[in-house]
Design a protein around this ligand. Structure first.
Ligand SMILES: Nc1ncnc2c1ncn2[C@@H]1O[C@H](COP(=O)(O)OP(=O)(O)OP(=O)(O)O)[C@@H](O)[C@H]1O
Ligand SMILES: [Mg+2]
Length: 169
């Protein structure tokens, strides 16, 4: 477990930019925490760092948005041997889903394998539907502006990611 605090949106987004520079195709980051805790702003920071120019909004009403990463976008940064740089950011928000079966309706498992990196807000609603390996971020709003972001690795790949991220922050 590794936790840090951010005092501003910009700090949250910088933290996301550092993480996303390490992510490869197929990596999954699950973001949990209350409404307004900062999950979507974190994903915005990640998307911007990978050169996504479209504004990243909350996908609450349509559950999933896929943002392609242009080949000539900013350096994706994935340098792990045998891994590929991500081709998209997949942004899920499971808040409005009631049943795990609804994940099939949105092609959840296929999208996780589409060559992008996936950010899943409210993944803790469906703990049995998380992939074998993922990095979990728990967001807590402390006082005005201050957010605590606690990270926990689930699996070998996410443990390596967390170690690498930790040394960069
Ligand atoms: N340090 C900070 N990091 C991130 N957001 C912050 C911070 N301080 C204040 N905020 C504010 O908190 C709010 C976070 O909203 P955001 O949509 O990212 O939350 P969320 O966790 O995605 O909520 P939801 O569960 O409704 O999707 C924004 O209004 C943002 O300006
Ligand atoms: Mg959100």
């Amino acid at each position: 477990m590794y936790a840090c605090t951010t005092a501003t949106v910009e700090e949250t987004q910088q933290l996301a930019a550092t993480l996303v520079s390490l992510l490869c195709a197929g990596d999954v980051v699950v973001l949990n925490g209350d409404l307004g805790a900062g999950k979507t702003h974190f994903v915005q920071g990640a998307a911007r760092a990978l050169g996504v120019e479209q504004p990243v909004t909350s996908p609450t009403f349509n559950i999933l948005q896929v943002y392609p990463i242009l080949p000539h976008g900013k350096e994706a940064g994935c340098v792990a041997p045998g891994e590929s740089a991500p081709s998209a950011i997949n942004h899920f928000d499971l808040y409005r889903l009631d049943e795990p079966g609804e994940l099939d309706d949105i092609g959840y498992w296929e999208v996780l394998e589409n060559g992008g990196v996936s950010f899943v807000e409210w993944g803790d609603k469906f703990p049995d539907e998380m992939p074998d390996d993922y990095l979990e971020l728990q967001f807590t709003a402390d006082t005005a502006g201050v957010r605590t972001i606690a990270a926990r690795a689930h699996g070998l790949r996410s443990s390596q990611l967390l170690d690498a991220w930790y040394t960069m922050t």
